[in-house]
Ligand binder design. Structure first.
Ligand code: F6R
Length: 247
């Protein structure tokens, strides 16, 4: 795992955008694995700027998202479909039919999971996977205890994850209890993985990740089993490690 510590959120976002742009410039048909949440918003802003300045085109790029809340329709304001459209897709020259996000309102969610896993195999491999990390070490919605051999499945969100994500919803009880999430095995099939972490709230998770102990209790630790992972973090997210090193 390559660890790159950047000054702040802006620098982290710029560096992440550089890596994505390099990938797309090297392969105009690149398949990008994308995340939602607060962390990648700055990355998307930088990519939008690069696209609008005609530096990089997404005309032939495919994107595959990590997850979607179960029960939220594609046009629900807090769905990851709307998030991706508003934060990224509507601003760039990507073809919407080349963007793939699990359907949170599929009649039979288990069938949707199987369809999505197959789709990843058909469209993939994912050349570059972008990840955020939960305060509890989740990646996508693979909560602590998730089988490292898991593929796309219906998952139950931890109470702490629902609390973390309540900021996006009017009432905390509106946060869905379940999601469709790529599994750990699915994520690790990506050729290159970039994990982003920013802010003091992620400092403990980053410290635990960098302890290198691989444990089912801390899903992100399975990234140590992958040979091409870059961790891009800002000083705040690195602060617990820095403080421990100084002791
Ligand atoms: C989002 C996702 C989640 C987030 C994580 C961090 O698609 O899969 O794992 O990356 O919950 O969220 P933020 O960035 O909001 O702190």
């Amino acid at each position: 795992m390559e660890v790159i510590v950047l000054k702040d959120y802006e620098e982290m976002s710029k560096k992440a955008a550089e890596i994505v742009e390099e990938t797309v410039l090297a392969n105009e048909h690149a398949v990008l694995g994308l995340a939602t949440g607060s962390t990648p918003v700055g990355l998307y802003e930088n990519l939008i700027e690069g696209n609008q300045a005609n530096r990089v085109s997404y005309k032939n790029v495919k994107t595959i998202n990590l997850d979607e809340y179960l029960g939220l329709s594609k046009d629900h304001s807090q769905s990851y479909h709307v998030f991706m459209y508003e934060q990224f897709f509507k601003h760039i020259d990507i073809q919407l039919e080349n963007t793939f996000i699990p359907n949170g309102t599929a009649e039979v969610p288990e069938e949707e999971c199987a369809r999505f896993e197959k789709l990843i195999d058909e469209k993939g491999p994912v050349n570059l996977q972008i990840l955020g990390i939960g305060t509890n070490g989740h990646i996508a919605f693979n909560e602590p205890g998730t089988d490292p051999n898991s593929v796309t499945q219906v998952v139950e969100l931890n109470e702490s994850t629902r609390e973390d994500n309540a900021r996006f919803f009017e009432n905390s009880e509106d946060v869905p209890t379940h999601a469709i999430s790529l599994g750990l095995k699915t994520i690790l099939k990506g050729e290159k993985i970039v994990l982003l972490a920013s802010g003091k709230s992620k400092a403990e998770a980053v410290q635990r990740l960098l302890s290198k102990e691989v444990s089912i209790d801390f899903p992100a630790s399975f990234l140590w089993n992958h040979s091409n992972v870059t961790l891009l973090i800002d000083e705040d997210a690195y602060s617990a490690v820095r403080a421990a090193n100084a002791r």
